[in-house]
Write a protein that binds this ligand. Structure first.
Ligand code: OOB
Length: 550
């Protein structure tokens, strides 16, 4: 199958990136044996007591790749991947890279609403899920979602209680099967490897609207992104990277994250939760040198580090990004954890900025850094679309060798999100300092950023509009010291109807919406304020809320 809806770079631009050495024409799967050749017995991945060497990883990924091929998966087929931070996540991802099968990086909290709409959009051929995770039966959900998809899809399960109608992933890669013909399998997979320009994976855009926004990242572009991020963060053979954010998110996966650590000959330690105690314990036991977090999580670690008695002395860098961090709070993080802070501003769509390793404090605390590639292009524009004078605030547009020119399969949406010249409209308001550092000042897109999880106001509004009580609805962000922002739903109700927050929560949960998106505040108004063009006036609603909530 080919992925027809993928938007590529224009041929002349692609040629430029190839000539510049950004794109090397190699599939990411080829990295596996390169690593295994260089560092066969070095530990690559740690998950609790489980330690996999680079060779283990290559052997297991190849074995799984061949087994998946035997089940009919191949180049250009898509698979919804929803696994927690366990070793199997990486083996499945790498097996897909080997085959040219495209994993779609779902997050563990996603439910029927997200899996169903994305699965239909990418015509998923399979879902890979845990049996039960955090008390939730993913296997049951996956079968329900698969049954609702237009084309048949298999359910692959990682866990102890795999139903007869599911495929047991651990069974496919069981130790006894590994002894087979490793070299022969490797050669067979090499012979059918995808091209560097093929899509390697689909990332979900933060804040998917009614239209599913998935970003096809090619082997060439993602490989380049990983190399640049690893360089920006000084990753090397001594790096021990701890992944606590969901591994399918671009930040812990590749910026530089898990893949950056492996690319550098270092080690990745996977932990399925960012809770301080297990994180501190892992840092102590595994001698972790780098960890990444969204501000809410990093600030919690900073608060609790002093009270604990764990040895965090191995930690050199903490990467913090995903949502706004004030300079005052930023300044406290490094000293509390005994390491340097590197701020990062990035997006699934591509562009990633990091504060330089040797940045003075005012840069490390007060800015979100510089692009990781010299070929990244940044343009700051005003509401009229023209460039603002240097140093002034405007919307950031960007393009470059790892920022694709469109979302997958949504041409109308792409006309809104990308300019005819191929610039991606980030929806973020930024200014650029005289030294060239980006400072994120706000945003124009209608998103709510809850602890780094992006929630589209439009998605919440569409679902709530369907509630029988609701005549009109607008979702807005409420500032919150703990998680940055929370979702507040303003509603006008039909005459005589009542609606409670618990009622909203129950209705949206029943619709299969991920829990982190469910409104945490509900405000009723008799009349909506409107803007001049007749849309609900969200600025006025925010002001109204400030008068109601102390
Ligand atoms: C990362 O990726 P996404 O796709 O979940 O979200 C991207 C959006 C940005 O457009 C911006 O609105 C916001 O998240 N954001 C920040 C930020 N970093 C991201 N807002 C303020 N300050 C920051 N430092 O969030 C992501 C991807 C790769 C690396 C790091 C983060």
């Amino acid at each position: 199958m080919t992925l027809d809806g993928v938007v590529s770079w224009p041929a002349d631009v692609a040629e430029r990136y190839r000539e510049a050495g950004c794109w090397r024409g190699l599939p990411l799967g080829a990295w596996l044996w390169e690593w295994a050749g260089r560092w066969p017995d070095r530990v690559a991945l740690v998950d609790g007591d489980r330690r996999l060497t680079y060779r283990d990883l290559a052997v297991k990924a190849d074995l799984l790749a061949e087994r998946l091929a035997g089940r009919g998966l191949g180049r250009g087929d898509t698979v919804l991947l929803q696994l927690p931070n366990r070793w199997e996540f990486l083996v499945v991802t790498l097996a897909c890279f080997r085959l040219g099968t495209v994993p779609v990086m779902m997050l563990p909290p996603h439910r029927e609403h997200e899996l169903g709409s994305i699965g239909a959009h990418v015509q998923a051929k399979a879902l890979v899920v845990p049996d039960v995770w955090r008390g939730f039966d993913h296997q049951e959900l996956a079968h329900r979602v698969a049954a609702g998809l237009p084309d048949p899809a298999e359910v692959l399960v990682v866990g102890d209680s795999v139903w007869p109608e599911s495929v047991d992933v651990r069974g496919l890669i069981a130790a006894e099967a590994e002894s087979g013909d490793v070299a022969g399998r490797r050669a067979r997979l090499d012979a059918r490897a995808p091209a560097g320009s093929d899509v390697a994976l689909f990332l979900l855009s933060g804040g998917t609207t009614g239209v599913p926004k998935v970003i096809g990242r090619t082997h060439d572009d993602y490989g380049y992104n990983i190399r640049c991020a690893a360089r920006a963060c000084g990753f090397g053979p001594d790096t021990v990277y701890l992944a606590v954010l969901p591994a399918g998110h671009n930040f812990p996966l590749a910026n530089p994250g898990i893949l950056g650590a492996l690319y550098s000959g270092g080690r990745a330690v996977l932990l399925p939760s960012p809770r301080p105690e297990p994180v501190f314990a892992a840092i102590e036991t595994e001698r972790v040198t780098a960890v990444s977090a969204v501000p809410a999580v990093a600030l919690r670690w900073a608060r609790e580090a002093a009270a604990g008695d764990r040895d965090l002395s191995s930690l050199k860098h903490v990467h913090v990004g995903g949502s706004v961090l004030t300079p005052e709070l930023a300044a406290g993080i490094g000293p509390a954890l005994g390491c340097r802070l590197q701020q990062v501003y990035g997006m699934a769509e591509g562009l990633v900025c990091y504060t330089p390793l040797d940045a003075p404090d005012h840069v490390a605390h007060g800015t979100q850094g510089v692009p990781i590639s010299p070929y990244d292009e940044l343009l700051v524009v005003g509401p009229d679309g023209a460039s603002v004078p240097p140093g002034e605030i405007g919307e950031l547009l960007t393009r470059g060798p790892y920022t694709p020119r469109g979302y997958y399969g949504v041409p109308e949406q792409n006309l809104l999100s990308f300019t005819p010249e191929g610039w991606y409209r980030t929806g973020d308001l930024v200014r650029i300092t005289p030294e060239g550092n980006v400072v994120v000042c706000g945003r124009v897109k209608d998103l709510i950023n809850r602890a780094g999880e992006k929630i589209s106001a439009g998605e919440i509004e569409t679902l709530m509009q369907e509630l029988p009580e609701v005549a009109e609805v607008a979702a807005i962000a409420v500032p919150d010291p703990e998680v940055g922002e929370r979702v507040c739903a303003f509603v006008r109700l039909h005459p005589g109807r009542r609606l409670t927050l618990a009622g909203v929560s129950a209705a949206l949960t029943a619709r299969g919406l991920a829990a982190f998106k469910i409104p945490e505040l509900l405000e009723t108004v008799a009349e909506f304020p409107y803007t001049a063009v007749g849309k609900p006036d969200k600025k006025a609603l925010r002001e109204l809320l400030a008068t109601r909530v102390p």
